[in-house]
Design a protein around this ligand. Structure first.
Ligand SMILES: C[S@@+](CC[C@H](N)C(=O)[O-])C[C@H]1O[C@@H](n2cnc3c(N)ncnc32)[C@H](O)[C@@H]1O
Length: 312
């Protein structure tokens, strides 16, 4: 398998001072509420669900995939306000794609993620680049920071995977300074990755009860509902990430099957015949959406919703 470094491009197509008790209180309140889409937030066996998600993201090697979206990260961060000395938090930072860019711009950066092995890679990358970044293992639904801590809170294809979006949204709001911004990149339900989710949905048992689809974070009305209280100047822009791989569609599926934890775990959960059926449908999707003009390579235009908002 060849390297996929810097293979993705995007273009615009549209327009620790807070106590543990306070953080625990956020969790207690949130499990008692409903999210802003009106659906119940109560997830039976929440701790089991979270443990499984952590194990899923720690399987494979997301770092390999993250390299293929470095250009998406660079273009996304180029649109944000990265003032030297300002405090930036990368939520669900993975191997640190956004955090490293912010630190290179002179920001004072923290990054959190549930996956210990990805944080190890993030720390290695930062050290290799001579950057001092505070990477911590933490849940997006219980951020280990005092309220009003950050000038900018970013998350690329990250916070959208937290199982309780109302709590995650409340945490984004809590740690952002008044007048500070959040900037999120969320795959849309209608885009290529949303369609891929549809393929998995057709082949897998339903997700745990009470866990909404991460793709809802790519729907404008849902985002407005979730962030409308507490944030102002909500700017929602659909953009395209061109995901390019130097091998044909079937090998691209194999690449994700090897390195992308959710894909790897999905295949592992299926019997051989069901694995073959999933593989066939994924290759068909990747082939149908392949816009590459170069034989033997793959390109998919994957739509995401860029969400920028200011804390009131
Ligand atoms: C698709 S990866 C994106 C990583 C990184 N933002 C990037 O752009 O390369 C999703 C990340 O979300 C993390 N994640 C999922 N659920 C999380 C949660 N509840 N809290 C913190 N991180 C979470 C995963 O461990 C994984 O690193």
């Amino acid at each position: 398998m060849k390297s996929t470094r810097s293979l993705v491009q995007t273009r615009n197509i549209m327009s620790k001072n807070e106590s543990v008790m306070e953080r625990a209180d956020v969790n207690v309140r949130a499990t008692e509420t409903r999210d802003n889409t009106g659906k119940s937030n109560s997830i039976p066996n929440l701790e089991t669900v979270k443990a499984k998600q952590k194990a899923t993201w720690e399987s494979g090697d997301f770092g390999q995939v993250a390299r293929s979206i470095e250009n998406v990260a660079e273009e996304f961060m180029a649109r944000q306000s990265l003032q030297r000395g300002s405090r930036v938090l990368d939520v669900a930072c993975g191997t640190g794609n956004l955090a490293i860019i912010a630190a290179q711009s002179g920001c004072v950066v923290s990054g959190i993620d549930i996956a210990a092995n990805l944080l190890d890679q993030a720390r290695g990358r930062a050290a290799g680049a001579g950057l001092n970044i505070d990477f911590q293992q933490a849940d997006a639904e219980a951020l280990p920071f005092a309220k009003d801590s950050f000038d900018l809170v970013v998350s690329m294809f990250g916070v959208m995977f937290a199982p309780q979006p109302a709590i995650a949204a409340a945490e984004l709001l809590r740690v952002t300074k008044p007048g500070g911004q959040i900037a999120l990149a969320n795959w849309t339900p209608e885009g290529f990755i949303g369609k891929m989710f549809g393929v998995f949905k057709a082949h897998l048992p339903p997700p745990p009860a009470g866990v909404p689809s991460p793709m809802q974070w790519g729907s404008e009305p849902v985002v407005q509902e979730r962030l409308g209280t507490g944030f102002t100047n909500l700017r929602l822009t659909r953009r395209i990430a061109y995901m390019r791989y130097p091998f044909p569609p079937a090998e691209t599926v194999a690449f994700f099957r090897k390195y992308y934890g959710p894909t790897l775990r999905a295949f592992e959960s299926l019997a051989p015949a069901a694995q073959e059926a999933l593989q066939r449908d994924l290759v068909e999707l990747q082939t149908r959406h392949n816009t590459s003009k170069t034989p033997g390579t793959t390109e998919a235009a994957a739509e995401y919703l860029e969400v920028v908002a200011t804390k009131a």
